[in-house]
Design a protein around this ligand. Structure first.
Ligand SMILES: [Zn+2]
Length: 195
């Protein structure tokens, strides 16, 4: 799979640019850039448009640019990442979806499947519920740095987590849940928007 290297931007854009527009196979991509201080100065990264992770490479998949995990490129292990963090959840989502013949882009959204004839089958609907639940966890992992125990992840991927029965797909998409305790997390700003 073709990939682009953030180091190739060196000298072509400003040293502190926070955004770059790249023309890749006839399509313009607005990409965010991030910087980290290292012993040798500042290191530049792409921000993956799908999971917001800082990465050196973006892979061209179809007509989008994604990091290695989001593009589903063969993953060589999760030992370098935060255990139970969003990248592990993303990896599990890709594996789970592939095992059940489901294709999706991050962020997972059940609304993309409402016209899928397989939604008539309870089994398929349950797969979609599991993926929406994992997306709920992944999103919290990204913005709140939440990590999950192996047990909790297993409860969700096996379809046995109590929240999977308790919550509708819409709720799993719109609200945050504490997957360790099963409680809904009320965020004050979200609450006031809903009123
Ligand atoms: Zn990504």
């Amino acid at each position: 799979m073709t990939r682009i290297d953030v180091r190739d931007l060196k000298g072509k854009i400003k040293d502190n640019a926070i955004q770059v527009t790249l023309d890749v196979i006839g399509k313009k991509h607005d990409l965010m850039l991030a910087y980290q201080n290292t012993g040798f100065g500042k290191k530049r990264f792409f921000v993956c448009p799908y999971c917001s992770k800082n990465v050196q490479y973006l892979y061209i998949t179809g007509n989008s640019l994604k990091c290695r995990v989001c593009s589903g490129v063969k993953y060589t292990g999760i030992q370098n990442n935060t255990k139970g963090g969003y990248d592990e959840i993303a990896y599990r989502m890709k594996k789970y979806a592939a095992a059940h013949d489901i294709q999706f882009d991050f962020p997972f959204n059940y609304l993309d499947f409402v016209l899928d004839s397989r939604m008539h089958r309870e089994k398929f609907r349950n797969y979609v519920i599991v993926l929406q639940a994992l997306e709920n966890m992944r999103f919290q992992g990204i913005i709140c740095k939440t990590t999950y125990s192996a047990k909790t992840i297993r409860l969700v991927t096996s379809g046995k987590h109590p929240l999977l029965q308790k919550c509708s797909l819409m709720e799993l998409k719109e609200y945050f849940y504490d997957w360790e305790t099963g409680q809904q997390i009320i965020i004050p700003s979200v609450k006031s928007i809903l009123k």
